[in-house]
Design a protein around this ligand. Structure first.
Ligand code: NAP
Length: 282
């Protein structure tokens, strides 16, 4: 382990619960491999303690934090400035504490999704056709914002609670539409499970993947289990699949760069470390 001194660069993750977060596993493995004088720590404030914690970190007490459930909307609200993708998503998963006392918010979830698509579905281009997002929560918002900014010609939101899908569509832009599940997958270029269905096992979203073109790519944000039933059904139909763990790893990369001023070192098998942490094998 590299030495941690009083000059260490400090960052972390705020969530509640935060115990099962894989982010400390990823960031600390990269820190150690790069030999940095740095730490990445988990922080779990009470439900109403988030704002006070963040306010107390102003002025560069620490470099920044990732933010996870249930504080992503509160993170955006606490910031003085934000990236377009965080504003469009209405949520932030990254806060940076500037030396001048200001807080900058960003959202790297959508970036992670696009990077995972590039890695596991090479040649995929969001501009080639409609994207269908199942879900309308925070993760769906991040995905819709990223796909909108990346030039997807149409983004269809399918959600159990129609009002939430409609609000998401209104907030992001004209090419985003709330639609019913029936017929939603016709001519789809991308299908994303951004619901929590399938988490911990179970069949996942109830939508007939056979109605999608065989060229469609299917991404499941759920990564516990890694091989979800939803991805299994997609693969059985010959569709290309992208897993949620790749997305999780890729969303951590821009955060690491922002915290520690350099990209994560090459050659660290963080995927294997993350799988071991959730009790799975590659
Ligand atoms: P969230 O804000 O709580 O949203 C949950 C979504 O799932 C909502 O659209 C909800 O629909 C839907 N849902 C939940 N139970 C349902 C059910 N029984 N039937 C139909 N729909 C149901 O959560 P989130 O933050 O968006 O996260 C969603 C998932 O993405 C989680 O599994 C999370 O772990 C995962 N995620 C993964 C990554 C990654 O990097 N891989 C990043 C972010 C999130 P209603 O609106 O109708 O309630």
């Amino acid at each position: 382990m590299s030495a941690i001194t009083g000059a260490a660069m400090v960052a972390g993750i705020i969530g509640r619960p935060v115990t099962h977060s894989l982010s400390p596993v990823l960031h600390n493995a990269w820190i150690e491999a790069a030999g940095l004088n740095a730490v990445y720590a988990p922080l779990a404030p009470t439900a109403d303690g988030f704002r006070a914690l963040v306010e107390g970190l102003r002025g560069g007490v620490i470099r920044g934090v990732n933010v996870t459930i249930p504080f992503k909307e509160a993170a955006l609200a606490a910031a003085d400035a934000a990236s377009d993708r965080a504003r469009l998503a209405g949520a932030a998963n990254l806060l940076l504490f500037r030396g001048d006392g200001s807080i900058f918010a960003d959202n790297t979830d959508g970036l992670g999704m696009l990077a995972a698509l590039a890695v596991q579905a090479s040649g995929f281009d969001p501009k080639f056709g409609p994207a269908v997002i199942l879900g309308a929560g925070g993760a769906a918002r991040g995905a819709a914002a990223a796909l909108f900014l990346a030039g997807a010609p149409e983004i269809r939101i399918v959600n159990r609670t129609a009002d939430r899908a409609e609000a998401l569509a209104r907030d992001i832009g004209r090419t985003v539409k709330a639609v019913a599940a029936d017929g939603a997958l016709a001519d789809a270029n991308l299908i994303v499970n951004a619901t929590s269905l399938g988490l911990g096992g179970g069949p996942g979203p109830d939508i007939d993947l056979a109605t999608a073109p065989t060229s469609a790519v299917v991404l499941d944000m759920v990564y516990k289990p890694l091989r979800t039933a939803f991805l299994g059904r997609a693969a059985a139909l010959g569709l290309r699949t992208v897993d949620g763990l790749e997305m999780l790893i890729r969303q951590a990369v821009p955060s690491f760069e922002a915290f520690y001023g350099q990209p994560p070192p090459a050659g660290v098998d963080v995927r294997a470390l993350a799988l071991a942490a959730v009790g799975e094998t590659a």
